[in-house]
Design a binder for this molecule. Structure first.
Ligand code: SF4
Length: 390
């Protein structure tokens, strides 16, 4: 476990006011015999004295309880293609309203999103989510209304991990469900069983980061544990209806050996089955890992070959341009059934319920009617337009 300290603001300038509408009672914590309060949202189990924040920064102890301090506060709203999450088998081609807050419960040295995940200032985050995103407060009903009015089929909790803003994420997912909008969780999957059951109760799809297949990597590089993430994957695939895909960022010399990819893909095939899509994504030097080179495309293609050889049916490469390795092939007849160029669809050979038009084999995933035509655009959203309805 990482030795990064709990963030102690007892002597700091900030006092957490429970009058602030973004401060709400947190769930999943308990008092310890020594007087501290233990947060039990994630397996880090931060033990807090009065005035302290957990490692994620957004959960804190004030007035003898643990609170979430970022309810309704976002780092920005943008409409993305669903392929960007990445989800290749969930309502392909459709737009998804994407947002996040601030903070993170992992300490990945290679974080590709560190200006958001390590931020302590949600309201100044618009530039961090991307120069074109717009940060405004938004309650669950406003968000769901905006998604519907903008023609989005789903809402994604994506710029940081919804685990740490669970109470907000669950309320948004429920409000979306009532409007017929689906919810997508993009997460590292580092969460305790009780919190997990609540967070994913209304989730329709998830992309879980499997950061490596070694406990040593998780412990040294991410300050977390592999087994908790594997437990989340098994929970999602075996016991829920939440459509699940996996992403692994391959870092040269750290988690890209053929032996590790063999073990990972064998575990996925064995425990989760051959139909869970796996995305191998390219690293670029960032945050505290500037001394590693970008991932060569050949590494991603080698990893893809290994995973396919081990029986996985849907394996993709990300952050590089390769239309062949980014397309979906029928496992019945090998026909290309979905073509992709970056995030845009270039071919579609499926029926409206997801069967191969050549051999009628069902493609795993969530398909509902013809594919969307959003393309690869990214469109910022000013949430103030939707605050009182449109
Ligand atoms: S969510 Fe995790 S990191 Fe945040 S306070 Fe709770 S135990 Fe700590």
């Amino acid at each position: 476990m990482s030795s990064e300290p709990i963030l102690d603001n007892a002597e700091g300038a900030e006092t957490i006011s429970t009058d602030d509408p973004s401060v709400v009672p947190g769930r999943y914590w308990r008092p310890l015999p020594d007087g501290r309060l233990q947060c039990e949202v994630c397996p880090r189990f931060c033990k807090l004295h009065e005035g302290q924040r957990g490692l994620c920064f957004v959960r804190a102890r004030t007035q003898d309880r643990i609170v979430l301090t970022t309810y309704g506060r976002s780092s920005g709203f943008c409409i993305d293609p669903i392929e960007k999450k990445p989800l290749a088998h969930f309502l392909p081609g459709t737009p998804v309203l994407s947002f996040g807050t601030a903070g993170c419960n992992l300490t990945c040295k290679f974080c590709q999103n560190w200006d958001i995940s390590k931020s302590r200032e949600t309201d100044t985050l618009a530039h961090a989510a991307g120069p074109e995103t717009l940060a405004h407060a938004a309650g669950p009903e406003t968000l769901a209304r905006a998604a519907k009015a903008l023609g989005c089929r789903s809402v994604a909790f994506t710029y940081n991990d919804p685990t740490i803003f669970l109470e907000y994420a669950v309320d948004v997912a429920l409000a979306c469900k009532q409007q017929g909008i689906k919810s997508v969780m993009v997460s590292a999957g580092y969460i305790t069983p009780d919190a997990r059951a609540e967070l994913y109760r209304y989730a329709d799809a998830a992309n879980i980061d499997l950061k490596a297949f070694s406990e040593e990597f998780y412990r040294k590089v991410c300050g977390a544990h592999l087994q908790d993430v594997l437990d989340t994957l098994e929970y999602l695939v075996k016991t829920t209806r939440c459509w699940t895909e996996i992403t692994t960022l391959l870092i040269p010399g750290e988690n890209d050996s053929s032996a590790e990819i063999e073990a990972m893909s064998q575990w996925i095939a064995d425990k989760l089955g051959p139909s869970v899509p796996l995305h191998f994504s390219a690293f670029h030097p960032d945050y505290k890992m500037l001394d590693h080179p970008p991932t060569p495309k050949e590494t991603l293609l080698r990893a893809r070959d290994i995973a396919l050889k081990n029986g996985l049916r849907y394996v993709y490469v990300g952050n590089v341009h390769d239309e062949a390795a980014d397309s979906t092939y029928c496992h019945g007849c090998s026909e290309r059934i979905i073509g992709r160029d970056w995030y845009a669809l270039t071919a579609w050979n499926l029926t409206h319920d997801g069967r191969c038009q050549s051999c009628n084999t069902r493609c795993a995933g969530v398909f509902d009617g013809p594919p969307g035509s959003w393309g690869r655009k990214r469109q910022p959203v000013d949430m103030r337009r939707f605050a009182k309805g449109v």
